[in-house]
Design a protein around this ligand. Structure first.
Ligand code: GUN
Ligand code: ZN
Length: 439
């Protein structure tokens, strides 16, 4: 059965053209119906008068004054760090040691993990995020808890067992088990989780070495071998976020050309490999991203909060590797894609070490929707409203606050409208979030 939604529509008409292909239909109609497998997908979209005439008797929900836009894609977020948001520290490594590692240890408890997973999924959806690539902890319980919650909400979610077998408190390291050392056991558990969850409905698995310093060579090598055996599974990790972290990684893996190259040396760079931060790169690192098809999850609120540095958009585009936006909660300060897009704008404007650039609102929106989906290898699946895309969308109220109402009423162009939402918006703008229900 087809269903229609009438409101203003925002989408990207030609993902190969990126942000420039943005389209806005003031009085639009979005048509949604099941595909062959029973998943709700976009069937058509266009202007209300032209399109509705072709579907007499169609059931239509009408949301006057509202904007239907693609659900947001968060390329990197930590579900066990919801309680860590806003923890002050002298940079990344003290922040991990004093706040993050103690909190993550609690996720060995299935009840603790289940409650946190329910809150996390709810918070993503409330903020308009319909696809997420998320870290769990080093406990299988946490992975099962998050997959179960996402499945219950029909949300597209990718996560995996956090691999860490050194340089963290014992309660947070992967345990040894049934005749295996910790490295081997963590990979056995990862494979069992792949078989249980990857490709179940809208769920996907990511092989997840936390970052090179908390893994032994054996664990990284095993992760790379697992990744080679499951090419459509994702890989996620962190790289080149903070100067102290980089110096540490270089002493641990001196044989690699750079911190990033360590991952390549263990077979962990390929398509569907997503590296958070990617700040302190040289052009050889950028070329390695490009040639392997690995992509960056830019995490601007986190990078500003922890004082890590500024992602180099000019460098990334000069060499040409893929990227998209991420909250990185709890280093990041907000689940809201609006806050993340605004922080990305600030990062682009940084003009002390570079000449600074002004990312357009269209580019910012692209990086958190269709662009992020493309970076994840999910173009044509999520992050857009073209026919065939899964029907994940948000209904935005551009007059959600008095200031937003005042500012958006004066918008003389699409760019001005979107920029007002990015600068002034948050969860109050997201009136509802619709995820593609399986029948
Ligand atoms: N590097 C290794 N672990 C983490 C983490 O949890 N957050 C951030 N921001 N960086 C990391
Ligand atoms: Zn992170």
């Amino acid at each position: 059965m087809l269903r229609g939604y009438r409101a203003s529509l925002l989408w990207f008409a030609d993902p190969a053209q990126g942000a420039d292909s943005i389209r806005y239909e003031e009085d639009g109609l979005l048509l949604v119906g099941p595909d062959d497998l029973g998943c709700q997908v976009v069937q058509a979209l266009g202007d209300w008068h032209g399109l509705s005439a072709r579907y007499p008797g169609l059931a239509v929900e009408h949301w006057p004054g509202r904007i239907i836009a693609p659900g947001f894609v968060d390329m990197h977020v930590h579900f066990p760090q919801t309680n860590v948001i806003g923890s002050p520290a002298d940079g990344l490594l003290p922040w991990l040691e004093n706040y993050t590692f103690p909190e993550e240890q609690r996720f060995a408890d299935p009840d603790y993990a289940a409650e946190a997973a329910a809150f996390f999924v709810n918070e993503l959806l409330r903020n308009g995020v319909t696809t997420a690539l998320a870290f769990a902890t080093s406990h299988s319980t946490s992975v099962n808890a998050l997959f179960a919650q996402a499945q219950a909400r029909h949300m597209r979610l990718i996560t995996g067992l956090c691999l860490m077998d050194r340089h963290a408190p014992a309660a947070l390291l992967n345990p040894a088990g049934s005749g295996n050392g910790a490295a081997e056991q963590s990979l056995v558990e990862s494979e069992a989780l792949i078989q249980r969850w990857h490709g179940q409905g809208r769920l996907g698995y990511a092989i997840t070495p936390r970052f090179a310093p908390t893994s032994t060579d054996a664990q990284l090598r095993g992760a790379g071998e697992l990744a080679a055996r499951y090419p459509d599974v994702w890989i996620q990790s962190h790289v080149a976020e903070n100067k102290d972290e980089i110096a540490w990684a270089r002493t641990l893996f001196p044989q690699s050309r750079s911190y990033l190259a360590t991952y390549a040396d263990f077979g962990l760079m390929r398509k569907r490999a997503v590296y958070a931060h990617c700040i302190h790169f040289d052009d050889d690192d950028r070329a390695l991203m490009r040639s392997t098809g690995a992509v960056a999850a830019i995490s601007p609120t986190s990078n500003l909060f922890l004082g890590s540095g500024f992602f180099d958009y000019v460098g990334a585009d000069r060499v040409g590797f893929g990227y998209g936006l991420a909250s990185d909660v709890g280093g990041g300060t907000s689940f809201s894609p609006f806050h993340t897009m605004l922080a990305a704008y600030y990062v682009g404007r940084e003009g002390h070490s570079t000449s600074g650039l002004s990312l357009t609102p269209q580019q910012l929106w692209w990086q958190h929707t269709a662009g992020a989906a493309q970076a994840l290898g999910l173009d044509g699946v999520v992050g857009n409203l073209l026919p065939g895309c899964e029907a994940d969308f948000v209904v935005l109220n551009p007059a959600a606050t008095p200031l937003l109402a005042r500012k958006t009423a004066r918008a003389a162009s699409l760019a001005e409208l979107l920029f007002a939402l990015i600068v002034l918006g948050d969860d109050r703008v997201v009136e509802r979030t619709v995820v593609a229900q399986a029948l």
